[in-house]
Design a protein around this ligand. Sequence first.
Ligand code: ZN
Length: 376
Amino acid sequence: MLIFDAHLDLAMNALEWNRDLTRLIDEIRQRENGMTDKPDRAKGTVCLPEMRRGGIGLCVATQIARIEHNAYSPVFGWRSQEQAWAQTQGQLAWYRAMEEAGQMTQVKDAEGLEKHLRLWAEPPPVSSSSSAEVSTGFEDEEDRKPTLPVGYILNLEGADSMVTLKHLERSYEQGLRAVGPAHYGPGVYANGTDATGGFNAKGRELLKEMQRLGIILDVTHLCDDCFWEALDLFSGPLWASHQNCRALVPHNRQFSDEQIKAIVERGAVIGAALDAWMLVPGWVRKKTTAESVGLKLERMIDHIDHVCQIAGNARHSGIGSDLDGAFGREQTPADLDTIADLSRIPAMLKARGYSEEDVASIASGNFVRFLMSAWS
Ligand SMILES: [Zn+2]
């Protein structure tokens, strides 16, 4: 079953974590043994071969670069918007390099989406003569399979890198199809997680320009004030790419039932995330372990199910794992080794009584339907 992951910081991992995502996960981990510059060293869960192994054939992949703003600095920020822009352009260059290598393919319209889905539904056979030229990402000759390019839809997480609105238009031409106006704290255009207050004048202009260009609004990370304002100011398609439920784990980063209801009414799809602190209450970074609180992948199904209960159907829920989003196995469910474990989600949903059709919708169908409609 095809799995759609609506949030992965692939280029950030390649360029800031120095991970070659075309390599096998064991190799990526081994290369990081002994490194201490980041808490998730040698604990990564994402690479392209593991995505293929788990059937994650399509994802929303980020460009991400925030700037430091006032006194808020729990997460890294660049000193200027120009630097942030350059960083995101470097990230784009990595995605382009992956396209050239046949490892990934950019999906930016309905036609391309259909074509990519067909490719994954019916992968071309490997003939013995062609297999030699196909790079698989697998070292083992016996493991040789056709390399299916992983499809990605380009998303910008936090709009600080948009030096001007002209940069947004330029980005659209580069394939950017979704934007979350803010990330953590106050941003250039909007207020994100842990911050308060609505959009400033520039932020309102940003939303207008996004709507004109047909860019999807990602409401994830908007603070409550901006969230509610955005619903009034923006009438285009919106989703919450990596988002869990406040009713299950209280925090301003999570959405209340009221917020979930409001975006469901707007046709949104909500991707459930796998960052441990968003799954169980009371998680303390660098202290709590998945083993100590019995955190398993099954907990993610609680958040998916909660969204489905609010919606009254299974048409607004999906997966936005955020795996390797500056955390690794030290902050994920105990029974998750790599991103390929997302392929266990369909069986877990079935065990909860979800129909075959609903399971397929949550695995990928809902986000695919959303994109087809947004791009029609
Ligand atoms: Zn995020």
